[in-house]
Design a protein around this ligand. Structure first.
Ligand code: B1M
Length: 235
């Protein structure tokens, strides 16, 4: 039995609990993360605060030690799995929305890249803001994006990449849309930790989104702008 198993998380103050959750995330302890997430919610924390302060901040610590060679892929996978446990509890709260869908989004991580936590978060926040989201998962080829666009005819295509080696593939996707005369049919948003605004411009995206909140704000703004100028949109 580990120390955390013996520890009654409910006896901790909010601050201690968040700190403990960072440790539990680091150690890949999914059950403890689920208990901690529920506890913070029961103490009146809103879902976004739990997400940002307990889960995303904890994953940032994992990221630093992964970079520095202190943690390795198996440990980071366990941490990611624990994070997903917490996210699944928050998902229905973040995605709850009584609003009519304000637009449709197809989103996926690009070819060669299996990182999906950030993309999943963006999907949840977009759903919560009233978008219909079709998440096509990880490791998507141009063909997979094209098939999803054809099948779902969304307003927005969202591309995610977490690796410097996979981010150039975004340009491959966007260039293919251009070659096929489809580029103007969609708003293309890109995001992921190694990207920045200049990269978004360079690959021909409509916008780079720093985080999930910015993705929601940008999606709403660009859809509104496009609807005010319907003549620009191909039928
Ligand atoms: Co990977 N990994 N990883 N990894 N991993 C990073 C990205 C890295 C920065 C770690 C490091 O060195 N510090 C590094 C990349 C270095 C680089 O390219 N510059 C790295 C590496 C090197 C690798 C491998 C190559 C390691 C190896 O095998 N030697 C390998 C590659 C596998 C592959 O993809 N082919 C690998 C593998 C893995 C795991 C499988 C173990 C696991 C992924 C599990 C999973 O996702 N299911 C993993 C993880 C967890 C990470 C870190 C630790 C955490 C990523 C994360 O989930 N962050 C990461 C270090 C880090 O980023 N600090 C790292 C939390 C998430 C909420 O943030 O994803 O940035 P983020 O998403 C944000 C924004 O970026 C934005 O909004 C999100 C929410 O606010 N956003 C979008 C993201 N996508 C968007 C799309 C949009 C809009 C906004 O569309 C509209």
């Amino acid at each position: 039995m580990s120390d955390a198993d013996e520890l009654d998380l409910s006896t901790l103050s909010d601050e201690e609990l968040v700190e403990q959750m960072h440790d539990d995330l680091y150690d890949g302890m999914k059950a403890e993360i689920e208990v901690g997430t529920r506890l913070l919610l029961s103490r009146g924390w809103d879902a976004e605060r739990v997400l940002n302060d307990a889960l995303v901040a904890g994953m940032a610590i994992v990221g630093v030690d992964f970079r520095d060679g202190i943690l390795f892929v198996p440990e980071v996978l366990q941490a990611a799995n624990a994070m997903k446990g917490g996210m699944e509890i928050l998902r229905p709260i973040l995605a709850a929305s009584d609003v009519e869908p304000i637009g449709k989004v197809v989103i996926g991580t690009v070819k060669g890249d299996v990182h999906d936590i950030g993309k999943n978060l963006v999907s949840m926040m977009l759903e919560g803001a009233g978008f219909e989201v079709i998440d096509i998962g990880i490791n998507n080829s141009v063909e997979a994006y094209l098939a999803a666009l054809e099948a779902h005819r969304p307003d927005i295509l969202g591309l995610s990449a977490l690796l410097t080696t996979t981010m150039p593939y975004m340009k491959v996707v966007i260039d293919t849309l251009k070659d096929k005369g489809l580029r103007d049919d969609y708003i293309v948003l890109v995001g992921g930790a190694p990207l920045n605004e200049a990269f978004g411009e360079a690959v021909g995206a409509d916008a780079y989104c720093r985080d999930a909140a910015m993705a929601v704000e940008t999606a709403k703004r660009l859809i509104a702008e496009r609807r005010q100028a319907p003549a620009l949109r191909k039928g």
